[in-house]
Design a protein around this ligand. Sequence first.
Ligand code: F6P
Length: 323
Amino acid sequence: MKRIGVFTSGGDSPGMNACVRAVVRTAVYHGIEVYGIMRGYSGMIKGEFIKLDSASVANTVQRGGTILKSARSQKFMTKEGRQQAFDQLVNHGIEGLVAIGGNGTFTGAMIFEREFGIPTVGAPGTIDNDLFGTDYTIGYDTAVNTALEAIDKIRDTADSHDRCFFIEVMGRDSGYIAIPCAIGGGAEIVMVPETQMSEEAVIETLRNSWRRSKTSFIVVVAEGEKEGNVTHVAARVKEAIPELDARVTIIGHVQRGGAPTASDRLLASQIGIAAVEGLMNGMRNVMAGIIDRKLVYTPFEDTIYKKKMLSQSFMRMVEILSV
Ligand code: F6P
């Protein structure tokens, strides 16, 4: 393989730059040329390619966001769009790809490979940590720490005013961000998409805590919670327990930014190297991940369709620790 392309796609995550840097430098180390494809699949279709060398990625390991920019492309979902992307890759002599992103990114890569045969190795870049085939995704640790810092601050004011805060953290389909935030942030309750905690159960738990003379409460709600959004949940609880002084905070996109933690930089670097060396060894349609501290390549099909289960023991921990 003489020339490869690297791109970031979907929601950005802290550590994507560290991963791009590792991809570029590993390619250079092995004498392979590398092109950065701007704005994910959208830039691939338009031919937004830039040649990268070792110096292009200097001073990026500590930066949040992605220097290659990111996008979610509707056009790549069409055969016509993918044909244009393939033509661009052929014109630029690109023989393999490293795709840094999440589920949507890998779905696109898998279909693309089946149609046009371009080998792709994925790197798990998403704050959600919802990908099967890796214990952690790039950006997750940073996002959790960012959310936790915000929760600590909210706890100060919650305590001063004897209030109950409903705090929404990110995670479209998963409670992976919510769980460590609830445990580390000392929350009374956590609501995640994987389990169905009813509003009645939330009300009951808060009532019991109130009776036990607790005066301030933190309820962490994952964005994708099935019972409805955080504002809705807070309103229903307020109705049921009018004496509770409730407020809502949505932490939002602040969780996607900022300098990556040491763990995320290390993970991103390991995976970046593994992605390029995987391509060199003939791998295709797989994601590089770390499970039990070992490098593992998992077929895209599994990363997309298999569900990484959230351990029920975490829910129990929240219950025990909030007594
Ligand atoms: O997948 C990462 C993520 O931040 C999710 O947690 C969230 O649901 C989604 O992206 C938000 O997407 P957007 O930035 O397009 O609003």
